[in-house]
Every structure is written in C-alpha cells, then in structure tokens.
Write a protein that binds this ligand. Structure first.
Ligand SMILES: [Zn+2]
Length: 122
C-alpha cells in the first residue's frame, strides 16, 4: 500500500515538497510472505525507505499508534518523522514534521489501513 504523500513547504528552499511517512503499519496476516516486515504491538511494520529509515520500536511498553507529534506520550507518532522529497532543490532528507493535530483521519487510515482506526489513540 503506497499512500498519498502530504504536501509541505520544503524546509530548505521553500518550494512545494512531499512528506513521506517512512513506515506502513498493517495486519501481519495481510502482508505477503515476500515482503519483509517487523512485528510491533500486533502490527506488521514495513519500511518504505530502508536505507534512510530503519524501524526502531519506541521505548517503553506502550505499543500503539497516535497522532500529535513527538510529545513524549508513548507509542509511535504518525506523520512526525519522515522523508522530504523536493522537486525544487531535489533534496531527499529526513524531516521532523510539525503538523501536530492537523492531520486528517484519511491520512492516518492511508498509513495503517482503515480496519485499525479504532485502535488509534489520537
Ligand atoms: Zn527544496
């Protein structure tokens, strides 16, 4: 499942750029055998950009997905750390997004698959 990326302003040149979530979270039973993934909190985690972003499970015991940025509430924050792909300056760089609670549920469901929306703590 490849998601629509999110339009942002490039942090380097100010042009229109794309923010890509580095991981896809899916029901492991729905991930084909030939797709490499990690297990975390009942999820199968697929790395979209393995050379830039390796999955590292968040510290602590809380295994859930949430929005809201990097606020120390545990779990993994969606749409917070990702890759910026800019057509202006052609940079592909890691970026911390400051969207906080502005994300829509459609963006979250794109990342994880709609059946897991109820598990989100947003
Ligand atoms: Zn740029």
């Amino acid at each position: 499942m490849i998601c629509d990326s999110i339009d942002i302003k490039c942090p380097s040149c100010g042009d229109l750029a794309k923010f890509e979530e580095p991981f896809v979270f899916k029901d492991p039973k729905r991930i084909p055998d030939n797709i490499e993934h990690k297990s975390w909190g009942g999820w199968g985690v697929i790395e979209r950009f393995p050379s830039d972003f390796k999955w590292v499970a968040p510290s602590g015991s809380s295994q859930f997905l949430r929005g809201g940025g990097d606020n120390g509430q545990g779990g993994y924050p969606l749409l917070t750390y990702g890759l910026v792909q800019c057509g202006g300056c052609h940079q592909n760089k890691k970026h911390k997004l400051n969207l906080l609670s502005k994300m829509g549920q459609s963006q979250i469901s794109c990342i994880i698959g709609s059946s897991y929306i109820a598990m989100l703590s947003v």
